[in-house]
Design a protein around this ligand. Structure first.
Ligand code: ADP
Ligand code: XUL
Length: 517
């Protein structure tokens, strides 16, 4: 009997999945459904709907539900052994929130088997769209919450992070203030991860300690809802939130809807979902402290496992619960893949041509610098979009390609200094980790070797491994070991001469950043 486990990843731009066989240590299937192209009715660009105001970014939760049906349809059509899967878990883009009325629990439990997942969800939404992590429209609410909790340091100590615009608490507060009637009608607030977890499990899912930490609502020391943070955020909030649970919680068996439609085994277990970064931590094998990973997805994130809860004194970084127990550190940059794409598209390049530009331009770009703030930035905090260039001609396509990547990598190094010792190596994951030229700049700026893994989808792999661990209760190193070894030959070693150039340039970059904050 094969030991198959499925990991799903409901991310910004796609729903993807990784199916693993635990016995052979192999990935059996790896697929993705892109929201823009596969579900055009939702009119998304890069998975989101932007308002006139560049700070407001939402997506439709119905799109995420419909994607789940579509992904399973594809797997069934391709005759994947869906009936042999022992457990399913998932990963969701963090912070985004979904608002449902008081009938949600009943609706998840007793699904209308003639309707789709989206039909079922549509019946209980109390807000048609979901603010996602790219939304930065809640600065006033952050200020208000921070003030009630006793300032930045107190907010960091209580919840693991300063109040951030994209975090769920400030987003809930904005909704409660602007639409008090609809807020009152809301009986259940889910994260993207817990919504998807509820659909797979056929019951309201708790929120796990990894994703719960991204809300400014969870006590980071005790992994419980923080009463003062709830109070500071919105009225009667406790009643609208599900419980918090450990990341290895088995919720029960999967939703009968999935059994009926797609032939899943009725005994297949539904394991609680987590956030995409906590899942990527597992999917890159970082179950104990000492290494870091950089995910180059829609957002660029840098993260590592921590032995104790150590927060960022500057309040730029975050502490989340690690699905493997203990904590993880994380820094998130909004201008990740979409900033690289903007530059690529501006000059009519494809990724090969972009990579060629990185090869053709000198390390350090002769001091040509860019602050790639195409969107409002999270780290450092930049409230309005505005790209800045220094010594850099906007007409020079090749130099702009190098400038955007060098800026991203130098910013990561600058703003991750609080995490402590330089790691022995960096694991790269996410869509853009397929690009060796980008990884070369990463290795040189950090002066650290970079490795790549078999799948660029570390989040979905991490979700599959979490399902396997929760089901088998095998120790973490044994679970992740076979799946998270670096690809043979993938090592990108730093070049000492290049590293020395960046050691100098980073000071100029830091000064340029300061001048523009
Ligand atoms: P998410 O999980 O946040 O939806 P992914 O991890 O799937 O995102 O990454 C998607 C991004 O990967 C795309 O937006 C694209 O910019 C980037 N990408 C894909 N291939 C390459 C490449 N060869 N070089 C650089 N970036 C790439
Ligand atoms: C992390 C963050 C993003 C999202 C989307 O804090 O906002 O990385 O999780 O990937």
């Amino acid at each position: 009997m094969p030991k198959y486990f499925l990991g799903l990843d409901s991310s910004t731009q796609s729903l993807s999945s990784v199916l693993i066989d635990l016995d052979s240590g192999k990935i059996i299937d790896d697929r993705a459904l892109n929201f823009d192209s596969a579900l055009p009715d939702y009119k998304t660009t890069n998975g989101v709907n932007r308002a006139q105001d560049p700070a407001v970014v939402h997506s439709s939760p119905l799109m995420w539900a419909e994607a789940l049906d579509r992904l399973f349809q594809g797997m069934k059509k391709d005759k994947l052994p869906l009936g042999d899967i022992l457990a399913i878990s998932g990963s969701g883009q963090q912070h985004g929130s979904v608002y449902m009325n008081g009938n949600a629990a009943k609706q998840f439990r007793d699904m209308d088997l003639n309707g789709t997942l989206a039909d079922n969800l549509a019946r209980v939404l109390s807000r048609p769209s979901s603010p996602v992590w790219m939304d930065s429209s809640t600065s006033a609410e952050c200020e208000e919450i921070r003030a009630v909790l006793g300032g930045k340091d107190a907010t960091v100590a209580a919840t693991g992070s300063d109040a951030f615009e994209r975090f769920t608490g400030p987003q809930i507060r904005k909704f409660a203030k602007r639409e008090p009637g609809a807020y009152k009608q809301t009986g259940h607030i889910a994260l993207v991860s817990s919504l998807m977890s509820s659909l797979v499990a056929g019951q309201i899912s708790p929120i796990d300690v990894g994703d719960g930490a991204g809300m400014n609502l969870m006590d980071i020391a005790g992994f419980t809802w923080h009463p003062a943070a709830l109070e500071a955020t919105a009225p009667d909030l406790r009643q609208k939130l599900p419980p918090i649970a450990a990341s290895d919680t088995v919720l029960g068996v999967v939703n009968p809807y999935l059994v009926l439609r797609y032939g899943l085994n009725p005994a297949c277990k539904a394991v609680i979902w987590s956030g995409d970064n906590p899942c990527s931590l597992i999917g890159t094998g970082l179950v104990s402290p000492g290494m870091i990973a950089i995910s180059l997805g829609t957002s660029d994130t840098l993260f590592g496992a921590m032995s104790a809860c150590e927060t960022d004194p500057r309040g730029e970084g975050h502490v989340f619960g690690s699905p493997a127990g203990g904590y993880m550190s994380l820094i998130c940059f909004k201008n990740g893949s979409l900033a690289r794409e903007k530059v690529k598209d501006q000059y009519g390049y494809d990724w090969d041509r972009f990579s060629q530009a990185l090869r053709d331009t000198p390390v350090g770009n002769q001091g040509k610098l860019m602050l790639p703030w195409f969107d409002p930035e999270i780290v450092p905090r930049v409230p309005a979009p505005g790209v800045k260039r220094k010594n850099l001609d906007e007409q020079d396509g090749d130099a702009n390609c190098r400038a955007v990547v060098e800026a991203q990598m130098m910013s990561m190094r600058l703003h991750s200094a609080w995490m402590g010792e330089k790691p022995a190596c960096i694991y790269a994951t996410g869509g853009a980790s397929a690009n060796t030229e980008i990884l070369r700049i990463m290795a040189d700026v950090h002066n650290t070797p970079v490795y790549r893994q078999e799948t660029a989808n570390g989040a979905a792999l991490g979700a599959a491994l979490r399902a396997a661990q929760a089901f088998t209760q095998t120790p973490w190193p044994d679970i992740v070991g076979p799946f998270t070894q670096p690809l043979p030959g993938s090592k990108v070693a730093p070049d000492p001469q290049a590293a020395a150039i960046y050691d100098q340039l980073i000071n100029e970059y830091a000064a340029f950043e300061q001048e523009n904050l």
